[in-house]
Design a protein around this ligand. Sequence first.
Ligand code: B12
Length: 216
Amino acid sequence: MSLEEDIKTSILEFDEDGLKKRIETALSTKEADPLTILKIIGNVMTLVGDKFEKEEYFLPELIMSANIVKSAIDEILDPALRNTGQKKESLGKVVIGTVEGDVHSIGKDLIASFLFSNGFEVYNLGEEVPAEKFINKAEEVNAHIIGLSSLLTMSMDFQRQVIQELKKRELRDKYKVIVGGSPTSEEWAEQIGADGWADDALETVALVKKLLNINE
Ligand code: B12
């Protein structure tokens, strides 16, 4: 079976060991690089999402698949990316997280990994991140970009709150704020006064480069 098929089967069968071993083999034999594997995982998770929507999967299956993917990314793919990316000069600093009230991590983590592997210094603050924490971290590390992820209609407004809080602190012009996540859109980004929106990880890399005037 192809690498894609193997990864898909392991995730859909909740086979954490199988997934990790297959990824390790693919990396050690140079069958694929970490970024290619992340792309495959992203596609499989989109499929998992579709199954949930069609009620073929329920919450326990979702949690299991999300957990094994997170563990494979944290333990294998992110370290592998760090090894290949270490010598690169930083193209810019990005603070990213999922907004308050929202625990969805997979899309945001994919974005963080893609940005990192494209030469950005990434500070991933995790999930359920309050506005203050985004801003404090951005101030602390002198970030260029603040990235806000939201997968829930109920949490979207916290993206707006981060922007309002930046304004309140007279820091709005200091950072480019980008937003994303399935309930958000270009129009939403405009409506809340964000600097950009992207649909997926590849588009996000292009967006960040555009916002920072990086021509590559
Ligand atoms: C996995 C999942 C979960 C997992 C999350 C595990 C984890 N560690 O992430 C668990 C089981 C915990 C979960 C819980 C819940 N979930 Co949920 N979940 C999903 C599911 C199936 C997939 C999300 C995912 O990982 N997609 C794959 C990744 C790769 O895609 P992505 O997240 O969209 O990210 C991409 C883009 O959006 C974009 N992007 C993302 N972030 C950012 C940020 C920036 C800055 C940019 C530029 C781009 C960007 O790029 C990413 C990469 O391509 C979706 C359904 C779906 N089809 O999306 C529902 C979904 C998001 N969940 C939903 C709901 C309702 C919930 C719960 C409330 C369920 C419940 N009844 O308890 C809870 C929420 C708890 C909370 N407080 O947050 C709804 C949300 C509906 C809505 N619009 O409000 C959805 C849409 C399912 C549905 N149709 O009902 N969930």
